[in-house]
Design a protein around this ligand. Sequence first.
Ligand code: PEP
Length: 220
Amino acid sequence: MIIVGNWKMFRGPDPHALAGLDAIVCPPFTRLRDCVDAGLTTYAQNVHWDKEGTYTGEISPPMLLELGVTGSLVGHSERRQYFGESDETVGLRTRGALEAGLHVVACVGETIEERRGGKTDAVLRRQLSVLEPHPNLVLAYEPVWAIGTGHTATPEIAQEAHAFIKSLLDAPVLYGGSVKPENAEALLSRPDVDGALVGGASLDVDSFTAICQTAARIRS
Ligand code: PEP
C-alpha cells in the first residue's frame, strides 16, 4: 500500500510532524530539502527529461537526485489542464526520470465530459499508450472530476478503472481524488487499489496520518 501526499503549491505542514509515517510527500520545490532533511521519502511534483538545458522553469532528474529526492509525480491533471502537459511530454518525462534512477508516479484520468460521453476507457488507453512497465513506475488513477472537488469516485468506479488500467499496463495503481480519512478505508479495501494520492487532506497532519494508519491497517 503506497500513500503519497501532494502538497501542490502550498507550503505544507512541518515535515518533522510527519517523521516516521510510511508515506511519500511531494512538496513544492522550495521545501524539498526540508523534507529530505527530516527523513521523509520525498518526490518532486514534476521533472524534465533532460539532464540540463535551456528550459526555464524546469528541473532535471540529476538535480533532484543530488538533493536526495527519490522520485517525481508526472502528468498530474493540473499540469495537463493548466500548463499544456501532453501525453507526449508525460511519456518523455516518465522515461527520462526512470532512466535517471528516479521513481515515478504517472497520473491518468478522465474529465467529467469524457466520463459522461462514455470515453473513459479510450482516454485511459490513450494516456497509458506513452508509458511502459518499469519496476519504479507507479500509476495514479485520478478522475479529474474528483480532484479537489469533494466528489470522490465510488469504490466501485475506482475498482473498475484500476482493473482496466492494470489490464493495459502492469503496475501498482493508486487512487486520487478527494481522499479523506472518512472514505480512505472503503477505497483502499478494493482489490486493485494499491494506495492513494492525496492532495488537500495531505496538508493536514492529522488527516494525512489517519489515512496512512488506515492503509497500514488494511495491509496487515
Ligand atoms: C491530487 O492533488 O492529486 C488530488 C487528488 O487532490 P485532492 O485529494 O485534493 O482531490
